[in-house]
Write a protein that binds this ligand. Structure first.
Ligand code: NAP
Length: 302
């Protein structure tokens, strides 16, 4: 298998990665998960918020795979204002499972009334055997500091946004997680080809892809793997899913990774400059409109 299992700090392992975020919740969602399992993925990543746990459960049952051969992640998303204890029971029912492999707090702001109280509830779920591993998502260093100060059980994973354009910003978080033996799961790794094509990362990624006879998305997945992350990705297309699995064999050199990192950092600066110009333009527009209204009303401002 090209993507090696990743061992968590509680002794369990994550086999590989597949997300279900954009699959919707109809029959097509069942088919997509089904397709991923048949191609060889064995980790399904879903969440209360995605509203497709039921479909993921159907696909898991239809796959005929043994429960022990599938790794299921789902997340507490605070849907319906329900507490963690009720939410996890609902997720188990929807998935049709007796346990969840990895249960995450979807966002730090869902940890109410505070992180230590919420984490105690997560620890209780693990003690009761309802979930094998517990973790978090979108937690920054300071959230983790608060959590670790009172935790009996460390989070096994932190699922975060990671792609070359946010790499510099996320680097301290990656270091902190590594130092505390918390596995980083990376989502939206393919942003440079999906929603931000045409940026500075394209040149190194495309030239590395040409050299290796690979596609740009495969190079990006290999880049995230080189950062030590478990990649959570998805595709509706079988050929891409097969390509994602094959990307586990791509070996990027330290120079390849440095070139992608450098280009990503440039993109970040460009994004900041773009955001500044956009804000400036909005202020100018608002000012112009205000002057126009004052003129219309006969108000003399000067
Ligand atoms: N914890 C969180 O807060 C959080 C947030 C976001 C996502 N996630 C998880 O992470 C998973 C992946 O998220 P994501 O969808 O943002 O990840 P992604 O891996 O960056 O993107 C996957 C998308 O890339 C498209 N794609 C792949 N190669 C492409 C190419 N060469 N050109 C154009 N499009 C291409 C695929 O479309 P096709 O279907 O057309 O192949 C698919 O829609 C989600 O399903 C979810 O489970 C978690």
């Amino acid at each position: 298998m090209p993507w090696d299992p990743v061992r968590l700090n509680d002794g369990h392992s994550i086999p590989d990665r597949f997300g279900t975020w954009k699959l919707g919740n109809g029959q097509s969602s069942v088919d997509q998960v089904d397709q991923a399992l048949s191609v060889g993925f064995s980790h399904i990543d879903t969440a209360q918020f995605y509203a497709n746990e039921e479909q993921a459960g159907i696909a898991i049952r239809e796959s005929g795979l043994a429960r022990s051969d599938i790794f299921v992640t789902t997340k507490y998303s605070g849907v319906g204002g329900l507490d963690i204890e009720t939410s996890v029971q609902n997720s188990l029912k929807k998935l049709g499972l007796s346990y969840i492999d990895l249960y995450l707090i979807h966002q730090p702001y869902l940890a109410l009334p505070d992180i230590p109280t919420t984490w105690k509830k997560m620890e209780a779920l693990k003690d009761q055997g309802l979930v094998k591993s517990i973790g978090v998502s979108n937690f920054e260093v300071y959230h983790l500091e608060i959590l670790l100060a009172s935790a009996k059980i460390k989070p096994a994973a932190n699922q975060i946004l990671l792609h070359p354009y946010v790499n510099a910003r996320q680097a301290p978080l990656l270091e902190y997680c590594a130092a505390h033996n918390i596995v980083v799961e990376a989502y939206s790794v393919l942003i440079p080809v999906t929603s931000q094509p045409g940026g500075p990362v394209d040149a190194p990624v495309n030239s590395i892809a040409d050299r290796l006879g690979a596609s740009a998305d495969q190079v990006l997945l290999a880049w995230a793997k080189a950062k030590g992350a478990v990649v959570v990705t998805m595709s509706t297309k079988k050929y891409r899913l097969e390509g994602y699995l094959a990307a586990g064999d791509l070996l990027l050199t330290p120079d390849d990774i440095a070139r992608i990192d450098e280009a990503g950092a440039k993109g970040l600066k460009q994004n900041h400059a773009f955001a500044f110009m956009r804000r400036l333009a909005l202020v100018a527009l608002a000012g112009g409109a205000a002057l126009g209204v004052c003129g219309y009303l006969g108000i003399d401002l000067f």
